[in-house]
Design a protein around this ligand. Structure first.
Ligand code: ADP
Ligand code: TRP
Length: 327
């Protein structure tokens, strides 16, 4: 069960256009982890998970490629990090079944993500209910140590740890119990309306959106109606929370002082956010254009990634099937 490097693993669903919540909550921390030579990072496109929302087949394929392009444009180095599609690793389905047979229904019934979707009127399919088991299989099948995610995935990581421990208790030490990596500063990136930014709500700012359209969206971010001349509380302001994501510590201190002094209009903060956004993603935007122009190269990166991921998955699955008495 020993692995020489620390495995870092995360996934993202190709269920829509990637946004600043995805970027600051998950992609940026995940990409920073690839710089540590002690880490081996595995990042994947969770297309089986996206199927729980029954997308149009062509859209699912297209969005999968787009997620891969976004990751590469934002700095994923395919020489160092393994990038692949979840659906290329057939072993995941086998582990999902084995774990399903150990999962108490109550554990799934308590999952907020499922409950939220149902409370918003979605008629759940069995895939949506079982989503956390598939996610546990994703993680456990690579002996993952660390899983960088946004706070909304915390409970799913707890389910994963529970299932790994349950398995080990039942069948003897076999599965590595992973840890979530959640950064406090970016755990929940707010959207235009102040709620969590999400592909499922119409409140997001795309990483690679059309600049004019993004500027319009930024101008729409909800604020209170404190007059310009009055002092404002930055810690209760959505704009400040978004500005902080992009700005350097000294700039954040200055902006905080400007809020507290009074005389700062929200329009100025919005303009500052737009400029930061444009600057932050300028180089990545260029890289994305050239990557998109070369679809064969993208397919080759995903194919090579799947081969490496699969080699690990096969070993762990063999260990699991032996432990349960199937092999
Ligand atoms: P969405 O809610 O837009 O469908 P996903 O569930 O696909 O996003 O999330 C992909 C990754 O991005 C996860 O690790 C998730 O925690 C992170 N993430 C998504 N939205 C946010 C947000 N608003 N703030 C912080 N992290 C986020
Ligand atoms: N459920 C995650 C999300 O919606 C995506 C995901 C699937 C994932 N499998 C994973 C994240 C394994 C981390 C590890 O964001």
């Amino acid at each position: 069960m020993t692995v020489s490097k620390r495995r870092v693993l995360s996934g993202i669903q190709p269920s829509g256009t990637l946004h600043l919540g995805n970027y600051f909550g998950m992609m940026k921390p995940a990409l920073e982890m690839q710089a540590d030579p002690d880490n081996q990072c595995f990042y994947f496109i969770a297309d089986y998970h996206a199927l729980t929302q029954t997308p149009d087949p062509e859209l699912l394929r297209k969005r999968g490629r787009e997620v891969a392009l976004d990751f590469l444009a934002c700095g994923l180095d395919p020489e160092r990090t393994v990038l692949f599609r979840q659906s290329d690793i057939a072993e995941i389905m086998q582990l999902t079944w084995v774990l399903s047979c150990l999962t108490p229904l109550g554990l799934l019934e308590r999952c907020h993500s499922y409950k939220d979707k149902v409370s918003r009127g979605l008629i759940p399919n069995a895939g949506l209910f079982n989503y956390p088991i598939l996610m546990a299989a994703d993680i456990l099948i690579y002996d993952s140590h660390l899983v960088p995610v946004g706070r909304d995935q915390k409970q799913h990581l707890e389910v994963t740890r529970d299932l790994a421990q349950k398995f080990n208790h039942q069948y003897g030490e076999c599965l590595l119990v992973p840890e979530a990596i959640i950064r406090d500063e970016t755990a929940v990136v707010p959207g235009l309306d102040g709620q969590k930014m999400s592909k499922s709500y119409d409140n997001y700012i795309e990483i690679f959106g059309d600049e004019k359209a993004v500027r319009k969206k930024i101008m729409r971010i909800k604020t209170d109606s404190t007059p310009v001349e009055e002092p404002k509380n930055p810690d209760r302001c959505n704009l400040f929370a978004i500005y902080k994501l992009f700005a350097a510590p000294a700039e954040i201190r200055e902006m905080r002082a400007a809020y507290e002094r009074g005389g700062l209009g929200y329009g100025q903060v919005k303009q500052a956010i737009f400029e930061k956004y444009r600057e932050h993603f300028a180089a990545a935007r260029q890289r994305r254009l050239s990557l998109a122009a070369n679809p064969e190269q993208l397919e080759e990166i995903l194919r090579a990634g799947a081969e490496k991921a699969r080699a690990v998955a096969q070993k762990v699955l063999h260990r699991v099937l032996t432990a349960v008495g199937i092999k």
